[in-house]
Design a protein. Structure first.
Length: 292
């Protein structure tokens, strides 16, 4: 699919590997053929930029690296620690943005937690004692942009919390996770429904009566994110002291002509981090293409 400026977008064509030239420089990508569409299996490029999961970029997508470099990268990747997962509940409400304002809701983000001992909260997630943190983050996209997010007379709202990314804590096997069949696992569905209910109740505690105006609900777990993004976590590498600022991977990839961006790089996670990282990577790519 062609876009303004002469580029092309290749939908439903997952990248299988980053192609290297005879000098070991990135020169394109090999994509998985789509059974119903024509298109080249190999897409040539002067520069390859990866915004995908760093671990998969450094390992799965670079199978042609010479063995010493490949082993060095695998050692580096084995030390990566991803951030904890997110549970996200998306709601459609039979309330207008103005009606939400009348209930006291503002164009802001609400952080609501039962207590502030986050070391203890994270410990409970890691050992499986708790499936999700006792608290949530509430934001209303319709209040931020009233005309774009839902039909007239309605609003959209999101409730998010930090949760375990360990499949075993959700009753999922690795086989179910890789095949996608976890979505039919009754234990998983029951646990997901319980966290979803807790999100709605927490929203209602903050804005009493709002749960009665919920007309649509859909929730995503860390495994939903993994299914669509093929690895990693919602916030990429954890922002631990060992993986913070200069300790995070930079823009330059492990091979020449391969650049990195995204929430696991040095610019950090979140909207601002991803935006700044993309801007810096684009400027670096421009300099390379212009020979500066």
């Amino acid at each position: 699919r062609r876009v303004h400026g002469g580029g092309t977008i290749h939908l439903r064509r997952p990248v299988e590997k980053i192609v290297l030239d005879s000098q070991g420089k990135a020169c394109g990508v090999l994509v998985r053929p789509h059974p119903e569409e024509d298109g080249p299996p190999e897409i040539k490029a002067k520069i390859v930029i990866s915004a995908g999961d760093l671990a998969k970029t450094f390992t799965n997508l670079l199978p042609d690296l010479e063995s010493t470099k490949k082993e060095s990268l695998r050692t580096k990747v084995s030390k990566f620690e991803n951030a904890q997962g997110l549970f996200m509940t998306c709601l459609g409400l039979s309330k207008t943005p103005d009606q939400l304002k009348a209930m006291g809701m503002r164009n802001t983000n609400y952080w609501v937690f039962d207590d502030f001992d986050f070391d203890e909260a994270y410990a409970k997630l890691r050992n499986g004692k708790e499936l999700a943190v006792k608290g949530c983050y509430i934001t209303c996209a319709s209040l931020k942009d009233p005309e774009q997010h839902s039909p007239p007379g309605t609003s959209t709202l999101e409730v998010i919390t930090i949760c375990s990314s360990d499949p075993s804590h959700w009753g999922i096997t690795e086989k179910e996770l890789s095949s996608g069949s976890y979505r039919r696992n009754s234990t998983y569905l029951s646990k997901k429904a319980a966290v979803e209910k807790d999100m709605i109740l927490r929203l209602d505690a903050m804005f009493p009566g709002l749960k009665d105006h919920v007309k649509f609900v859909e929730s995503a777990t860390p495994f939903s994110h993994n299914r669509f993004t093929h690895g990693g976590s919602a916030y990429g590498l954890a922002a631990t002291p060992e993986q913070f600022m200069a300790n995070r991977p930079g823009i330059t990839g492990p091979v020449e002509k391969l650049l990195m961006c995204g929430h696991s790089t040095r610019s950090g996670h979140g909207i601002a981090g991803a935006m700044l990282g993309g801007t810096k990577t684009a400027k670096t790519a421009d300099k390379i293409l212009k020979g500066r």
